[in-house]
Design a protein around this ligand. Structure first.
Ligand code: FEO
Ligand code: CA
Ligand code: CA
Ligand code: CA
Length: 576
């Protein structure tokens, strides 16, 4: 919290101009450097260097940064007496692949074809990196680098063995021919946002799982509710051609084994990751974790699809000191709820508990395992509010407010679809908005008060934004917003909003005169900005550049998603 960092400084940087000139722009007095790009060695073992013309083998890709960096968290390794952050672990997600860039031979992919080696390389380019990072030398302006070799570094892929815990562990709907017990799942993929827990673990969230499976020719109602399309349209990954678990015509339950929040202890590279089913199954964006008044874990999660919901999990037990070892089962027992946003800024958490609210066998929910496996259907029954694509959630360490980015919803108000409501007031909503709620001092309270922080499309004071996505709140309580918007959107009927680059903005949510957005970073062409995280001393910002156009980070050759580190040249606090 802010206790160790002093009083909250005002945002003092000069707003960066929206420009198409610079590849990546930060305010004067700041420096941005590429730290860890797709193909860079993790540090676990020696591996052939990445090159624009070099086709990595699957085994090499498993020792390198994966593709399409997304959510990220920082775990300090400094001693308790250290005032400044100099050393730590970064855990980050490799959300998906651009198969044309990955395999080089574009012609070989025609008609959706894949070789076995291509599938293995694609699976190896997904998942999570854990890397060790430190400042090279003393002083708060010393540059950061990746430690190599590092016995702490790790790569998890779509094939890493994982355990399953919570109410769906061993459930009939999770059992497959290869795993008749329903307790051991291979891999994680489509990992989008991510968060650190107060006990020092990493929560990585499986998002757009529907793009990885070959469905039956005519998906059933539940499969359609989860985004599977007739005839396999939407299966862009094509893994089923060489890995039969992705063929739902043969292994229908495999689909239920993804869409979970996965817990990883980044401090132990031998730890078996655990899928935490008590937190529900969804097209999960992130999992921001705070602490209730009585010391329990409280996790907020968005589901990034049009007209899907916001979730909260409150653990039954209190967080205990002692890291992961002391909290191994904490996320397996507790209450999952869906948010209902009512008028006049009021809201309520509706528990997704078997036997309550019609979540009964007569209505198709045999037990709590089935409730969490079919979280979407359970939320429909309870009346969770259908939101404008909830992406990241973030909790202020200063005020306890919870923020969510609602990225956009081009379909709201269209015939047969929900119209505007209090919390989603624009139909359609092409540029998105930021919303927050408060629980009167206890994150576990049943009710909350909410309001809208900022509207996209230039409707809030300061710099215009569109497509808010990645969020973080720094140690001083200032909100940082990364965007994933289109270069041009309709700002309002008849008006166009030209934002040729994505960006990172900051605001003070407590500003007495109201929120003003200020642009801190303009991103390279074609990419989204994601994964922002600020170190405990406030002096380093890590973020990810995802899916840049050719020409970044180096001119010519294949573009690479990358982790970027931003510091202030005088060693000061990011944002001033
Ligand atoms: Fe992977 Fe919702 O962004
Ligand atoms: Ca993305
Ligand atoms: Ca996102
Ligand atoms: Ca997005």
């Amino acid at each position: 919290g802010a206790g160790t960092t002093g009083p909250a400084p005002a945002l003092a940087f000069a707003s960066v101009q929206m420009t198409v000139e610079a590849p990546l722009a930060v305010p004067p007095g700041y420096t941005a450097r590429v730290l860890y790009a797709w193909g860079d060695a993790t540090g676990q073992a020696a591996v052939a260097p990445w090159g624009s013309e070099v086709l990595a083998s699957p085994a090499e890709q498993r020792l390198q940064a994966g593709m399409h960096h997304d959510g990220m968290a920082f775990f300090p390794l400094d001693g308790r007496q250290e005032r400044h952050t100099r050393h730590g672990l970064l855990a980050l997600n490799h959300e998906y692949t651009d198969e044309r860039l990955l395999h080089v031979d574009v012609a070989s992919l025609a008609g959706g074809a894949r070789t076995a080696e291509q599938v293995a390389r694609s699976q190896a380019a997904h998942g999570v990196s854990v890397i060790e990072v430190q400042r090279e030398g003393t002083g708060t302006a010393a540059p950061w680098s990746v430690v190599r070799p590092s016995r702490r570094a790790r790569r998890l892929t779509a094939n890493t063995p994982m355990a399953v815990a919570g109410p769906a562990a061993g459930h009939a709907l999770l059992r497959t021919a290869a795993d008749p017990e329903g307790r051991r799942i291979l891999g994680t993929f489509a990992n989008c946002a991510a968060n650190a827990t107060p006990w020092g673990t990493y929560l990585t969230c499986e998002e757009n799982i529907q793009g990885y499976f070959e469905p039956p020719a005519e998906p059933d109602a539940s499969q359609r509710r989860w985004g599977l399309q007739a005839g396999g349209r939407g299966n862009w990954a094509r893994w089923h051609l060489h890995d039969e678990r992705f063929d739902l015509r043969r292994h229908p339950n495999e689909f239920h084994r993804f869409g979970w929040v996965v817990e990883i202890d980044p401090h132990d590279p031998t730890m078996t990751p655990v899928k935490r089913t008590a937190l529900g199954r969804a097209v999960h964006e992130g999992a921001a974790t705070g602490v209730s008044k009585d010391g329990r874990a409280v996790v907020f999660m968005g589901e990034d699809s049009r007209f899907e919901s916001i979730y909260r999990f409150v653990s039954r037990d209190r967080i205990r000191p002692g890291g992961f070892a002391a909290n191994r089962d904490l996320l397996d027992h507790g209450t999952l709820s869906v948010a209902r946003f009512d008028a006049q800024g009021r809201g309520r958490w509706l528990p997704l508990t078997h036997g309550q609210g019609g979540l009964t066998p007569e209505n198709g929910f045999a037990d709590q395992g089935e409730v969490v496996i079919r979280t979407r259907e359970a939320s429909d029954r309870l009346g969770g509010t259908k939101m404008d694509r909830p992406e990241w959630t973030a909790i202020s360490p200063v005020t306890g407010e919870v923020f969510v980015s609602l990225t956009n919803n081009s379909q709201r108000g269209k015939p047969g679809l929900p119209g505007a409501d209090a919390a989603n007031p624009r139909a359609p909503n092409p540029t998105g908005h930021l919303l927050r709620w408060r629980h009167g001092g206890d994150l576990a309270a049943e009710t909350f008060q909410w309001d809208i922080v900022a509207l996209g499309g230039g409707e809030t004071a300061g710099d215009a934004f569109s497509g808010p996505d990645g969020l973080t709140v720094d140690p001083f309580g200032r909100l940082w917003v990364a965007t994933d918007g289109e270069p041009m959107t309709a700002a309002a009927p008849g008006e166009r909003l030209w934002l040729p680059r994505n960006q990172l903005l900051a605001c003070d949510p407590q500003a007495p005169g109201g929120v003003t957005m200020r642009r801190f970073l303009v991103a390279p062409p074609g990419c989204e900005v994601t994964g922002p995280v600020i170190t405990p001393d406030g002096r380093t910002l890590f973020l990810n550049i995802q899916h840049p156009d050719p020409g970044w980070p180096a001119p010519g050759g294949r573009p690479r998603s990358a982790t970027v580190v931003v510091t202030k040249d005088d060693g000061g606090v990011i944002g001033g």
